[in-house]
Design a protein around this ligand. Structure first.
Ligand code: P6P
Length: 349
């Protein structure tokens, strides 16, 4: 009889892996798991209660908020406020960071950045959506934690994870010792270890990008898309195109099967659309811990300087060899190289 290991049991077992093993991070991950189960309950019956559709408000990104966006945001913030381990919450849904100033949190050392419901435009059409979270330890040692404690590079993360509310609900996370996936068993209301030590295949045959923006993509991206579409048995091309409009769903599939997800700069998103602090950095940490690669086309995501809570970045993330190939094309067909080649041709002529 296979023994089911719950998320709670696993966190406690692995607690010794974590340098600050006083149980603080364990409690923080437990709090996030509880909020995820509550959000999952509402998502799974969204069609039956008045919780679908627009809330009539917009978030800091200027995106119209769905009622479930707001509900999910409230649940995660509430869980983090009452858990006592978190001193600051950064959320996609809130313009400013939330300082948790309570007796229970007076010694809290952790900062949590969260996208409470990623891909929420898919809620009304039953396509998978997700939660993404990133955890840092404050750098300051006394007084109130400040913005400086929040604006840390992705390499400083102590944990990161996502929840995917799909055909089943999974929580996938890392604390820097590999990646493990847990599937929610509704019959016992527990996340159970289902995908131990997840690894991203170094090659894949799936590329995920919104080709509707093709006309506005950088030349390197256009060249990479054409590379994916060329017939070549030796490299298993043409690849398959899969794009759901939910980064978590696309990335989770690519985690399991191998593949690359690209959201480059576009005319409407000249710095990229996805947010560095609570989307790109946590997903990059997870992917790298699973043996994959994540860059903005030129630089490692985790090493990008963080200057603003809601700053955006281009992202190329997934199977190592696929990301490397895309980066080659970004460099080869970058504006600087194209200009130099053009000038070179001009000189020859
Ligand atoms: P587009 C969802 O809004 C999101 O942030 C990601 O989950 C998703 O990959 C992307 O935006 C979809 O954006 O422009 O293709 O609709």
């Amino acid at each position: 009889m296979k023994v089911t290991r719950t998320l709670g049991q696993f966190i406690i077992e692995k607690q010794a892996d974590f340098p600050y093993a006083k149980g603080e991070l364990s409690r923080l991950l437990r709090d996030i798991g509880i909020a995820a189960k509550i959000v999952n309950r509402e998502i799974s019956k969204a069609g039956l209660v008045d919780i679908l559709g627009e809330a009539g408000t917009t978030n800091v990104q200027g995106e119209c908020q769905k009622k479930l966006d707001i509900y999910a945001n409230e649940q995660f913030i509430s869980a983090l406020q009452s858990g006592g381990e978190c001193c600051i919450v950064v959320s996609e849904e809130n313009d400013e960071y939330i300082y948790i100033d309570s007796e229970i949190s007076k010694d809290a050392k952790y900062i949590v950045a969260i996208d409470p419901l990623d891909g929420s435009s898919n809620i009304d059409v039953n396509v998978g959506v997700g939660t993404i979270f990133s955890i840092y330890r404050r750098k300051s040692v006394e007084g109130k934690a400040t913005l400086e404690d929040v604006l840390q590079r992705g390499t400083e993360q102590v944990a990161a994870g996502y929840v995917i509310y799909g055909s089943s609900t999974m929580l996938v996370y890392t604390t820097g010792k590999g990646v493990n996936g847990f599937t929610l068993d509704p019959s016992i209301g527990e996340f159970c270890l289902s995908h131990p030590e997840m690894r991203v295949p170094e090659d894949g045959m799936i590329y995920s990008i919104n080709e509707g923006y093709y006309a506005h993509f950088p030349d390197g991206v256009k060249k990479y898309i054409k590379y994916c579409q060329v017939e070549d048995d030796a490299t298993n091309r043409p690849y398959t195109s899969r794009y759901t409009g939910s980064m978590v769903a696309d990335l989770h599939r690519n985690m399991i099967k191998g593949g690359i997800f690209i959201y480059p700069i576009t005319a409407s998103a000249p710095k990229g659309k996805l947010r560095l602090v609570y989307e790109c950095n946590p997903m990059a940490y997870i992917i790298e811990q699973a043996g994959g690669k994540a860059s903005n086309g030129y630089q490692r995501i985790l090493e990008l300087e963080v200057t603003d809570l809601h700053q955006r970045s281009a992202i190329f993330i997934g199977s190592e060899n696929m990301v490397k190939k895309a980066e080659e094309m970004m460099t080869c067909f970058s504006p600087q190289v194209m200009k130099k080649n053009f000038e070179g041709v001009a000189v020859i002529q």
